[in-house]
Design a protein around this ligand. Structure first.
Ligand code: ADP
Ligand code: ZN
Ligand code: ZN
Length: 744
């Protein structure tokens, strides 16, 4: 009876190995308790340090002698932390993405839980009236105190809530001294009573026929798994579709999860959700503090959150009764985590919906080719919004051929002229240039020397106002040299145009039309992006200049001209996804023009106006462009018509990185031979990455490709055990990326 229990524990370590511990019987208060899925605190790796892990099994026997096993220090949960479907799905993800389960589990839970804190709300400071029937006239001359006391007249409020009403701590303290109010600690309320009172708070527009069809397609089949792709041009009313489907789900008493690329960049969208329903909405994103993240997680898990809106990792939220997942801007690259656990939130979300037997809606004006292919082949249900509601007209598209034109910081005379016309009508203009800094290169005009980062195969970007050279790959900075490193000449000039330089030029060309620059260099400060958005909407700025930060989801009613200053780089990239990204970028940026009553115009400057891709985009739009480009992918047997995994290795010594991958390749080949799948598994490499050296390390990669996903998964599952034992692996940093989207 009092025998300790053997527990297998998964820890957040980079190895696919789990460890056995003994759980002393006295820690288990109730014998019927499920241990699998509970967190434990255990000693690990000698020394006093303890680690948080999760119990994955309670085997009868251990591979090690019982007396050698260490004891669990503390059992952290009284019940499994996650629901069984979610826990099982994390196991699937660990296998599919070739990532250790212990780390998958840890990344899926809020930071405080990772650190071993209890899965419980923190008490909050509340204030209440001390005296029943208090005579408010006593405070007639203390306006602030009167205000605070009146707020507390009917029921107590949390300090946060009082602060939100403009009550300061000193006011509360004064009232406390007079014994009018008192503070106490209490758990925040977390009940699910919202279910009984779901209301729309706003009048909503009359739906278009297409919107109505999209909405009923989903709402008539709630409570079962189906994946929908809502392909709707920018400004066609996708959000309105989401809101209507949400209503049906909430009215059934079910919760909804909404995944968006970046919450900080889309405050307007969040506000629309909050304004529509009288239900509790919680946000999950990285700007929240750890306690707030945990609170959101708990509200979702206990059913007191009706809606959770979050970025990528919100897909791991646990719910009492989830009824719908919406993934907005589903093409967005931020849904793929690019390091350690390299999952794709879209793919995980679809698995999740399938397991929970609920609908999932993917929405985009520019669907990812993967999703589009699934919709075209009938695996997803395809919904369309092809028109903008009301008077909003699709913009007019034009190409400007730059060949032979005199340019001012990359601007052609035609574009400058167009800007003048639009500005003269008191409209706003967006210029889009995806290159921050003053200039992408600093060059010697005597000998052609280029200032190159010493640690990367990349040039330094010149930042004029900060007055330094900056490598955008390893983040190194370097003082601006006075002289050429090769010939000593002082004739150093910058070449090419970045946003900082374009801003300078715009200020000269349009002194009466203020320009605002929006890129990562000047939006670092908290709230600065939001402040800019407000100033843009109030009309303080007339010219908006930005990198792709400006491309996402904003609604600027007075913008009538959008220009892409330089897109040629994407036309001649060796990344097969570059054209897809350009198509998406063009369409998203173009979507910022003419969203309201005013007709918009989109202009693209290029030295290659004849390029078939640009012609498709300009003349026929993303819909046609993407379907043509998808055919090209099919011919080349590239994703989504095949599947890939990438093994990356980097080391200070190039040979070591390459050698390790050569050994990996041999292992993979052997496994493929043994399992008679060699003819269906393509293994390419090792080759140097397109940026071979970065931050001082040499980088190589090995590509595995197959038409059958499962062959890659299974082969890698077997191979991993060998990879982890290769002594050569200890000299390099290596990783596996399943379904990679970035090959740099
Ligand atoms: P998307 O999400 O597709 O970019 P939105 O949902 O933001 O589009 O809609 C664009 C604009 O059109 C918003 O201002 C929205 O309020 C408005 N809108 C949406 N649907 C309708 C409709 N049926 N009638 C009138 N206006 C609508
Ligand atoms: Zn020189
Ligand atoms: Zn560098």
């Amino acid at each position: 009876m009092n025998e300790p229990i053997i527990c297998r524990v998964a820890l957040a370590i980079p190895l696919h190995k789990q460890f056995d511990y003994l759980l002393p019987a006295h820690m288990v208060k109730d014998n019927s308790m499920t241990l699998i899925g509970c967190r434990v605190l255990v000693p690990f790796g000698g020394g006093p340090r303890k680690q948080v892990g999760v119990i994955t099994a309670t085997p009868k026997e251990s591979d090690f002698a019982i007396e050698k096993l260490k004891s669990v220090t503390q059992l952290l949960d009284k019940a499994p932390l996650l629901s069984t479907p979610l826990y099982d799905l994390l196991h699937w993800a660990a296998v599919y993405y070739q990532h250790p389960f212990g780390d998958v589990f840890q990344q899926a839970i809020p930071t405080l839980l990772r650190k071993g804190k209890a899965a419980a709300f923190k008490t909050q400071e509340y204030w209440k009236l001390e005296q029943d029937g208090f005579d408010f006239n006593q405070l007639a001359r203390a306006k602030k105190q009167l205000h605070a006391a009146t707020l507390l007249q009917d029921f107590p409020l949390s300090y946060e809530a009082l602060k939100g009403e403009g009550v300061s701590r000193s006011t509360l303290n004064s009232l406390q001294e007079k014994k009018v109010v008192a503070a106490y600690e209490q758990m925040p309320s977390s009940n699910s009573t919202w279910i009984n009172n779901v209301q729309e708070l706003q009048q909503k527009p009359n739906l278009s026929a297409e919107q109505a069809i999209a909405i009923t397609s989903v709402t008539q089949q709630l409570n079962k798994f189906r994946c929908y792709l809502l392909e709707g041009i920018t400004g066609s009313g996708k959000t309105e579709v989401y809101l209507n489907i949400l209503k049906a789900v909430l009215e059934q008493g079910q919760q909804a999860l909404i995944i968006v690329p970046e919450i900080g960049l889309t405050p307007q969208t969040i506000k629309r959700f909050q304004a529509r329903f009288n239900v509790p909405i919680y946000l999950k994103h990285s700007a929240l503090n750890e306690q707030q993240q945990l609170d959101t997680w708990l509200h979702a898990k206990q059913g007191s959150a009706a809606i959770v809106i979050g970025t990528r990792s919100a897909i791991f939220s646990d719910f009492t009764n989830l009824g719908l997942i919406i993934l907005d801007e589903e093409h967005d690259a931020s849904f793929k985590q690019q390091d350690s656990f390299r999952y794709h939130a879209r793919d995980f979300a679809i698995k999740r919906a399938s397991q929970e037997s609920i609908p999932i809606l993917l929405g985009s004006a520019t669907p990812a080719f993967e999703s589009l292919n699934n919709a075209l082949s009938g695996r997803y249900h395809h919904l369309f919004l092809t028109h903008r509601p009301g008077n909003a007209k699709p913009p007019k598209n034009d190409l400007i051929n730059l060949t032979g034109l005199p340019l001012k910081s990359g601007l052609s005379p035609q574009l400058i002229e167009l800007m003048q016309q639009h500005l003269a009508k008191n409209n706003q203009v967006i210029l889009f240039l995806n290159r921050r800094g003053y200039a992408p290169v600093l060059m010697c005009h005597e000998c052609g020397w280029l200032a190159k980062c010493q640690r990367c195969d990349a040039f330094y970007t010149y930042h004029k106002s900060a007055n330094y050279l900056h490598c955008h790959h390893c983040m190194a900075t370097h003082p601006v040299p006075e002289q050429c490193h090769d010939c000593g000449s002082t004739h150093l000039h910058s070449t090419g145009v970045g946003t900082e330089q374009l801003e300078e030029t715009l200020n000269q060309l349009f002194p009466d039309h203020p320009t605002v620059r929006i890129d990562r260099d000047n939006t670092r400060k908290k709230d600065s992006f939001n402040d800019y958005l407000n100033d843009i909407n109030s009309g303080k700025y007339k010219i908006l200049l930005g990198t792709q930060m400006l491309a996402k989801g904003h609604h600027f009613p007075d913008v009538t001209l959008v220009a892409l200053v330089d897109v040629d780089g994407a036309l001649f990239s060796n990344d097969f996804r570059a054209s897809e990204r350009l198509g998406q970028l063009f369409t998203q940026v173009a979507g910022r023009a003419g969203r309201a009553e005013k007709k918009g115009q989109v202009v693209l400057q290029t030295f290659h106006p004849e390029h078939n891709l640009l012609q498709e985009l300009i003349n026929n739009g993303y819909g046609d462009f993407s379907r043509t480009a998808l055919q090209e992918r099919k011919m080349a047997q590239l994703p989504p018509f095949s599947f890939q995994a990438l093994i990356r290795a980097e080391a200070l010594n190039a040979t070591q990185a390459e050698n390790f991958l050569t050994l990996c390749k041999q292992t993979l080949n052997q496994i493929a031979e043994t399992n008679k799948i060699a003819d269906r598994l393509l293994i390419l490499g090792p080759i140097a990455a397109s940026m071979e050296r970065r931050a001082g390390k040499y980088r190589f990669q090995l590509l595995i490709q197959s038409e059958q996903r499962v062959l890659i998964t299974k082969t890698l599952n077997i191979a991993l055990a060998y990879f982890e034992k290769l002594p050569e692996g200890r000299k390099v940093r290596w990783s596996i990326d399943v379904d990679p989207i970035d090959f740099i």
